[in-house]
Design a protein around this ligand. Structure first.
Ligand code: PGA
Length: 257
């Protein structure tokens, strides 16, 4: 991490977990554990049904609340969808976009990720845009091609001012929920590559200022090693964010890193 240059962010991605009482209980457990944390932005990205509960539970604390997706249109006949404006009006600050599970199970493409990112930015949300290669792609030695393409398409026609409001999460798909973490060196290699791509598309100062997280089986044990890397500015954490003590250990690793 380079905390003097860019913000360290540890974000939990709760996925499809927790009822409202469970969400409140988890945040109530987390609050005192992280109350004195400085220099790390703490975010909990929760299911839509938990947003109001989570916002109330986090009020007046150092925990920010995010959603896990949003639609790209402002409003209209899109049954079952939630717009960026709806989230912003509630006081939601962050939104995860282009998560590999959305790409894999819900047919999201780089084109729709790009549209969602633009919609989120227009609503004043901070997008956490996820990119990452499949195991097959890594084995075929095309990780950099895949990542370069995703960065180019997901941020197509997004201005320099706007891209600075985004967070990028590098999540190798083979590491998500599998217990297989990328090594710290593998994470650093791709996060540095992403930064180099941003420098090409924008400029060096812009690239240096953007928070790039690692995600994929990041946990209380491996977090310290991962965030010790220059280009790993935090994490997007699934499973381990559902346990307050583990999530706290990861946050403290980033605080001390
Ligand atoms: P995981 O999920 O930490 O459970 O692997 C990470 C993510 O999908 O964001």
């Amino acid at each position: 991490m380079k905390k003097n240059v860019r913000k360290a962010i540890i974000a939990g991605n709760w996925k499809m977990n927790k009822t409202r009482p469970e969400a409140k209980a988890l945040l109530d457990e987390l609050k005192p554990l992280v109350a004195d944390v400085k220099g790390v932005e703490i975010v909990a990205c929760v299911p839509f049904t938990n947003l109001e509960t989570a916002l109330a539970a986090a009020e007046g604390t150092n925990i920010k609340i995010g959603a896990e997706n949003c639609h790209f249109e402002k409003s209209g006949a899109f049954t079952g969808e939630i717009s960026a404006d709806m989230l912003a009006e509630m006081g939601v600050e962050y939104v995860v976009l282009g998560h590999s599970e959305r790409r894999q199970y819900f047919n999201e493409t780089d084109e729709t990720v790009n549209k969602r990112t633009k919609a989120a930015l227009a609503a004043g949300l901070k997008p956490i845009v996820c990119v990452g290669e499949l195991l097959w792609e890594r084995e075929c030695n095309i990780t950099e091609e895949v990542i370069a393409r995703q960065i180019k398409l997901d941020f197509f026609a997004i201005s320099k001012e706007d891209v600075k409001k985004c967070v990028i999460a590098y999540e190798p798909v083979w590491a998500i929920g599998t217990g297989k973490t990328a090594t710290a060196d593998q994470a650093e290699e791709v996060c540095a590559f992403i930064r180099a791509q941003l420098a090409k598309l924008y400029d060096n100062d812009t690239a240096e200022s953007i928070t790039i997280q690692y995600g994929g089986s990041m946990n209380a044990k491996n977090a310290e090693d991962l965030v010790s890397k220059t280009n790993v500015d935090g994490g997007l954490i699934g499973g381990a964010s559902l346990k307050a003590p583990d999530f706290t250990t990861i946050i403290k690793a980033a605080e001390n890193g």
